[in-house]
Design a protein around this ligand. Structure first.
Ligand SMILES: NC(=O)c1ccc[n+]([C@@H]2O[C@H](COP(=O)([O-])OP(=O)(O)OC[C@H]3O[C@@H](n4cnc5c(N)ncnc54)[C@H](OP(=O)(O)O)[C@@H]3O)[C@@H](O)[C@H]2O)c1
Length: 277
């Protein structure tokens, strides 16, 4: 926390009630911890009770509600949001962060992998926001989706991930437009490669966790830096945030030079004709 530099308007978060999905690890955990540090009451969920317990133990005296929920299941989301409303009396801010990735060519990959990704990355965000929105509307708060460059540019071997992030962004863009004059800000953010568990937990062609990362995690942005960027953007009430130069360039290139970008993206994700897994 101490090495992070927030912008001046971080009082924005003081006294607010924040929901972060998937807060037991990675970017979600960093968001939870920074929001607590900024004076929020925070409610978070994940599937693993052990990981949530560890988070609770790290912050014994902080206003932190943890709830075991799989956001891919609508009823879990209903119960999670209900528990938050019961404990804190409202919701100002929801950050739909829980997410899962994949690595596998479309032709080799079971439908189950795609279903799982859509359930968590798209439906999970939709369910939680659906049940939190009445309170967020009353409080003129914020709806945030943690997306990816994969939501602007289809990535080979991650076609289900791209589909889920395109769906997330399309839905949030429509929601933002619906809510334009309500005082609620809707934003999505696209981190670049961030050191976390996401590539280890990514599903393979059999819908099982990969258990390994094909990339050098140590060279990536940290989850803390990403969380700080997200909170700065929320406080500024931005529409979208693409966090890296590489991400901005990819989105721009894809819009203007689609064919060349196909070749460059293929070169990045394939080595000797094989998908890098
Ligand atoms: N890391 C990157 O390079 C990167 C880049 C761009 C975008 N993003 C996006 O950033 C978000 C966070 O990713 P991360 O890198 O922090 O991943 P991570 O380290 O794997 O953490 C994922 C978190 O989500 C939870 N989660 C996973 N499936 C869930 C489910 N079905 N229901 C509830 N919680 C669930 C996990 O807890 P349990 O396992 O206990 O459920 C964990 O707390 C994702 O939306 C991801 O797409 C990440």
């Amino acid at each position: 926390m101490s090495s992070l530099s927030f912008n001046k308007n971080m009082d924005y978060f003081k006294g607010k009630i924040a929901v972060v999905t998937g807060g037991s690890e990675g970017i979600g955990k960093a968001l939870v911890e920074q929001l607590l540090g900024l004076g929020c009451r925070v409610s978070t969920c994940g599937r693993s009770a052990d990981k949530l317990y560890d988070l609770q133990v790290l912050h014994p005296d902080k206003p932190l509600n943890t709830f075991v929920a799989d956001v891919g299941h609508e009823n879990d989301c209903v119960q999670f949001i209900k528990s938050t409303l019961k404990i804190y009396g409202g919701i100002d801010l929801i950050i739909n962060n829980a997410g899962v990735s994949m690595r596998g060519l479309f032709n080799d990959t079971k439908v189950e992998t795609f279903q799982h990704l859509m359930n968590v990355n798209f439906w999970g965000a939709l369910y939680c926001t659906k049940y939190a929105l009445p309170s967020i509307l009353e409080r003129r708060g914020d709806v945030v989706g943690v997306s990816s460059i994969a939501g602007y540019r289809g990535l080979p071997g991650r076609s289900g991930y791209s589909a889920s992030k395109y769906a997330l962004q399309g839905w949030l863009e429509a929601l933002r437009t619906e809510l334009l004059h309500t005082g609620v800000n809707v934003m999505w953010v696209c981190p670049g490669f961030t050191a976390s568990n996401i590539r280890f937990a990514a599903l393979n062609t059999e819908a099982k966790q990969q258990g390994a990362s094909p990339m050098e995690e140590g060279k990536m942005m940290t989850a803390d830096e990403v969380a700080q960027n997200i909170l700065n953007a929320i406080a500024k009430r931005k529409r979208t945030l693409i966090m890296t130069g590489q991400g901005k360039l990819t989105v721009w290139m894809n819009r203007i030079f689609g064919g060349i970008t196909d070749k460059l993206v293929h070169r990045f994700y394939f080595k000797n004709g094989e998908l890098v897994k």
